[in-house]
Design a protein around this ligand. Sequence first.
Ligand code: C2O
Ligand code: CU
Ligand code: CU
Length: 555
Amino acid sequence: MKKIFLSLLIGISSGISLAQTLISIPDTLSGSTINLTIADSTHQFFNGFNTNTIGYNGSYLGPTIILNKGQNVTMNVNNMLPDTTTTHWHGLHVAPMDDGSPHNPIMSGNSWSPSFTVMDNAATYWYHPHLHGKTMNQVVKGAAGLIIVRDIVESGITLPRTYGVDDIPLVCQFQHMDTTTQQIILDDELDNITMVNGTINPMVNIPAQVVRLRILNASSHRVLQFGFNDGRTFYQITSDAGLLNGPVALTRLRLGSGERAEILVDFSGQNGNTYYINQFGNELPAGFPGGPPMMGSPIGPYDNMTFNFLQINVVAPTLSPITTIPVSLTTNTPWNAAGATSANFLIQGSPMMSMTNFLINGVQYNENTVNFSKQQDDLMIWNITNQSMMAHPFHIHGNHFFITSINGVTPAANLRGRKDVVLIGPQGGTATLITKYEDFCDSIMPYMYHCHILSHEDHGMMGQFLVQCLSTAVSVIENKSDGMLVYPNPVNDLLTIQLNASTETFTTEIVNVLGEQIIKSSNSKNIDVSFLTEGVYFIYLHQDNKITVMKFIKE
Ligand code: C2O
Ligand code: CU
Ligand code: CU
C-alpha cells in the first residue's frame, strides 16, 4: 500500500515515467599512479534534463580505484572545479598529510599528488571531497568513488571477485531533486530520489550463483535498512575496513552515511526470477534519518517507508560460478584495552532539541583548534555518548577501530570487524571504540573525527586530533638538525638540503603555517621555492622511517 502510494507520488510530481534502467558500473583504475580529475559537469539522470553535477573523470561519481595491500600508489588529483576542494581517502590508513582532510586543500586549477603505501586490509573504501563547509555540496553533486583493496588473505578465500559480473559495486544514494528543473537540491531532509551508481529506478542483472555486493551508503543523510523482498538470508563478509571473522547471516543490513559492507547472496537456481533489495525505513528506530519522523523534523517522501531500492534480474550463471559461502574468513584481533587511556565525546544538539546543529563536547569545529593530542602508539578508547534527538554516524580518520560496546553491550557479530564509522542511536545511545595509531605521526597536521551526515559535518560537527610523534622520531627545529641542514635560510629561490645519512632515498614536503602541503618531492636535494609567498614554512624530511621537521623563512 505504502509502496504504491510512493510511486504514484513521484510519478505524478516529476511527470516522468519510471522505466527501470540497468545500473552503470563505474570504470576501474589500478596501478601505481592513479589520475583523477574533479570537474563541474552535467548528467542526464532523466532524458532531456541536464542536471548540474560534479564528477571525478566523468559526469557523476568517479572510477573505482583497485589497490593491492602493500603496493605504493601516487594519487594525482587535478582540480578543474572553479572552487577549492580536497580528496579524502575514506578509511585508508595514511599519514595526515596524505589524507585529503580540510588541511590538504587543492586550489582551483591546481593538483595534489600524495604518495603512500597501501596498508589496509581487503575491503571496500571510498573517496570524496572534504573541504570544510563545502563537503555536502561537492559530494551530493556526485564527487565520490569507491576504492577496492585486495590482499593475500582475501585472495586465498573462494569468493566472487569478477568486478561488475559477480562482484558488483552498489553506491547507494538518497538525493533531493527539484521535480521541475531536475537540479540537485542541498536540502537532504526532503530527499525524493534514490539511485544506485548514479542510476535512477535502477535494476541490475545478476547471475544465478553466489554473488558479492559491495554496498556503500553514499547518502548525505539517510540510513539504509536493506533486505530482500523475499526475506532471504544473505551473508555479510566485511565491515568498513576488513573481512569479518566469518560470514554473518542476516536478513537486514543497516548502514549509516559513509559505512560500507560486502555481502554474499546465493541466487543459484533462480535464473529468470526478479527480486528487489528493499529499503525498510519503517523498521528504523525513531531518530534514525529515514525512519519514523522525530518531532521538529520535516517528513521526507522516503521517511518511514518500505519500498523497492534496486531491482534484481537473475540471469544465466557464468561459466565457473561460485556456489558456496565460505565457513570462515579471517581472524580479527582487537587491541587489548589494558593500559589504554579513554576520552569522552558528548554529542548534543545546539540548542538541545535541534535536529540540524550539533556539537561534540560543546564545541564546533574550528580549523585552528586542535581538540586533543595523543602520542604515537597510545592505545585510545573513545567513549561516545549521543544525547541528541538524532542518530549520528561517527567517523574517525587515519585508522580503523574496533567497537567494544554499543549501548553498553557487545556489538552484533557484523559490527565486530574493523570499522571506521559507527552509527550511534539518539537520546542516550553510546559506543565505545578502541584504536591505536602506530604507523604515522605528525606534530602539526591533525586527523579529523566527525559525523558523516554531511550537513552536520559542514555545520561543524567535527573535531581534530594530533598523533604526536615520539620525541625521538621528530623534532621541529630551526633549519638544521643532527648534521642535516636546509640552506640558505632565509631563502629566495633555491633551497638546498644536506642529509646526514648515506641513504639517498628520502622525500620532502614543504608545508605552510596552516599545515597546507605546498610542495612534495622525492630524492631531490634542490627545491625551487621561488614561487612561495613570503613567510615561515616547515620542511618535512622523511628518511629511514624518521621524519625531521625543519623550519625556514622565504623572503
Ligand atoms: Cu568520509 Cu572525514 O570522511
Ligand atoms: Cu574519512
Ligand atoms: Cu550527525
